[in-house]
Design a protein. Structure first.
Ligand SMILES: [Zn+2]
Length: 321
C-alpha cells in the first residue's frame, strides 16, 4: 500500500506499504506509525548478529559446553524472531481477509489480500537485496499494509526509488496474471467475472499507490526525479476529496488520513531539502530512466484497469462505470 518518508533524516525511514481499498496509507517512514506513538514496528533493527539461518558455533565447540549451549539458544531465539515477524504478517493477513470479506466476500477478500501481500513482498525482497533492513509486512484492515525500513532507505534516492517501485511492479504483475487468465477463459466461464473484478481492483491498487505523494510509493519514486512532484500528488488527493465531497458519494476517511500523512511527509521532505539534509541529487540520465519507468507503470495500470472494467461491462457481468 503506502509508504512514507521520515520528516527528518534522523527518523527511521519507513517504507512503503500498499494501500487499498481506496486510499489508505501504507508506508511511511515518518508517518507510519505516527510520530510520538512510541510504537516500534516489528522487525525493526533486528537483523544483525542474530540473523536467521546463521547458527553460531565455533567448529571446536565443546559438546554441552556452556557457550555452545548459549549460542544454540541464541540461534533458536533468532529463528523464533524470524518466524515471529512473518507470524505477525500471517495473523494480520487473516484479520484483513476477515475484514474485507465483510464487504467483498471471502474469495475476493483472499485475492485482494494476496495481491497486497505480493506488492509488499516486492518492497521487502528488493529492500533486503539492496542491503536496507526491512520488517515483514503488517496488514491493517482497510488501510492496506506497510513495512518499515531501516535508516538507510532515504540516504540514496536511486535505491529508495527502486525499493518503492518494486511494490507496485510486483502487485501489477500479480494482477496481470489474474487478468490474462480471465482473458484466456470463455467469456462466461466460471470465475471470469471474479477474475476481472479482482484485476480491476488490483490495477486500481497499483494506480493509487503511484500517486506522486509521500508516503505513497509514487511519492518516493518521483521524489527521486524532483520533490516538486509531491505538490502534484497533494493536489490529486485533494481533488479526489473535493470530488467525493461534491459528488453523491461518501467521503472516504482514509483519503483524509492519507492527505494528512502526505502533507506531513511532504513538508518533512521539503524541510530536509531546505536544511540541506536530503540525499544528493541523481544524474539527469538516472532521473529520466526513473521517470520513464514510473510513467510506463502508471499508464499500463490505468489502461488495464479501464480494460478490466470494460470486459466486465461488455459481458454484462458488472457495471463499474
Ligand atoms: Zn507499496
Amino acid at each position: 500500500m503506502i509508504e512514507r518518508m521520515p520528516a527528518t533524516p534522523e527518523a527511521p525511514a519507513p517504507h512503503p506499504g500498499t494501500i487499498y481499498p481506496p486510499p489508505g496509507a501504507g508506508y511511511a517512514p515518518g508517518s507510519y506509525p505516527p510520530p510520538g506513538t512510541g510504537y516500534t514496528p516489528p522487525g525493526w533493527g533486528q537483523q544483525g548478529a542474530g540473523a536467521p539461518g546463521r547458527a553460531p558455533g565455533p567448529p571446536a565447540k565443546r559438546r554441552g559446553g556452556f557457550v555452545g549451549g548459549l549460542l544454540t539458544a541464541m540461534a533458536f531465539v533468532a529463528k523464533l524472531g524470524y518466524f515471529g515477524k512473518f507470524g505477525l504478517t500471517a495473523i494480520t493477513m487473516v484479520v484483513a481477509v476477515g475484514a474485507y470479506a465483510l464487504i467483498f466476500g471471502w474469495a475476493f477478500a483472499v485475492g485482494l489480500v494476496l495481491i497486497i501481500f505480493v506488492h509488499e513482498m516486492g518492497h521487502f525482497l528488493t529492500s533486503r537485496a539492496m542491503g536496507v533492513p526491512m520488517s515483514a509486512p503488517v496488514f491493517i484492515p482497510f488501510l492496506g499494509a506497510f513495512t518499515t525500513a531501516g535508516r538507510g532507505l532515504t540516504s540514496d534516492r536511486r535505491r529508495e526509488a527502486i525499493i518503492a517501485i518494486a511494490g507496485p511492479v510486483s502487485g501489477f504483475l500479480a494482477t496481470l496474471a489474474v487478468y490474462v487468465w480471465a482473458l484466456a477463459q470463455a467469456p462466461l466461464a466460471q470465475g471470469v467475472a471474479f477474475a476481472f473484478s479482482l484485476s480491476y481492483f488490483g490495477f486500481f491498487i497499483t494506480l493509487f499507490n503511484l500517486i506522486p505523494m509521500l508516503p505513497l510509493d509514487g511519492g518516493r519514486v518521483t521524489s527521486a526525479v524532483s520533490k516538486w512532484f509531491n505538490l502534484a500528488g497533494v493536489v490529486i488527493v485533494a481533488a479526489l476529496l473535493v470530488s467525493e465531497w461534491f459528488g453523491a458519494t461518501v467521503v472516504n476517511p482514509m483519503l483524509i488520513l492519507i492527505l494528512i500523512l502526505g502533507g506531513y511527509s511532504v513538508w518533512g521532505r521539503f524541510q530536509a531539502a531546505r536544511l540541506g539534509r536530503e540525499a544528493p541529487p541523481l544524474p539527469v540520465r538516472t532521473r529520466v530512466l526513473i521517470g520513464a519507468g514510473y510513467i510506463a507503470l502508471l499508464a499500463l495500470s490505468g489502461l488495464l484497469m479501464s480494460l478490466s472494467a470494460g470486459w466486465l461491462s461488455a459481458h454484462g457481468l458488472v457495471n463499474l462505470a
